[in-house]
Design a protein. Structure first.
Length: 95
C-alpha cells in the first residue's frame, strides 16, 4: 500500500483474501451486532467484487453490489460460501 493510504484501503486489500474475509465474518458474528455483520458483508463484497461473490454465494452481481437489507437466507448463503453457518446455542436459563 502506498503511503497515505487509509485504513479502509488496507482493510479492502486484506479482505480480498478468502481466509481473511472468513475470519472477519467470524469476528463480525461474534460481535453480536447485526449492523456490524451486514457492514462486514458489504465490505467483503466491495473487496472481492460482486461478480466473484455471485460466483461463490449465488445470486446476481447487481444484487450483491446493491445489498441493503439482506434477508436471513441471503446472509446464510454468504456465510456458507465462506464455509460458515449461523448456529443457535443454549446459553442457560433466563428469566
Amino acid at each position: 500500500m502506498a503511503r497515505g493510504s487509509s485504513f479502509n484501503d488496507y482493510l479492502l486489500e486484506d479482505l480480498s483474501d478468502f481466509y481473511c474475509a472468513k475470519q472477519y465474518l467470524v469476528e463480525s458474528v461474534n460481535n453480536n451486532d447485526e449492523e456490524f455483520l451486514i457492514d462486514a458483508i458489504r465490505t467483503i463484497v466491495k473487496a472481492q467484487g460482486p461478480t466473484q461473490i455471485s460466483k461463490i454465494a449465488g445470486g446476481n452481481k447487481q444484487g450483491w453490489a446493491e445489498l441493503k437489507n439482506p434477508r436471513f437466507s441471503t446472509i446464510s448463503s454468504f456465510l456458507k460460501a465462506f464455509g460458515l453457518k449461523v448456529g443457535v446455542y443454549d446459553i442457560g436459563e433466563t428469566a
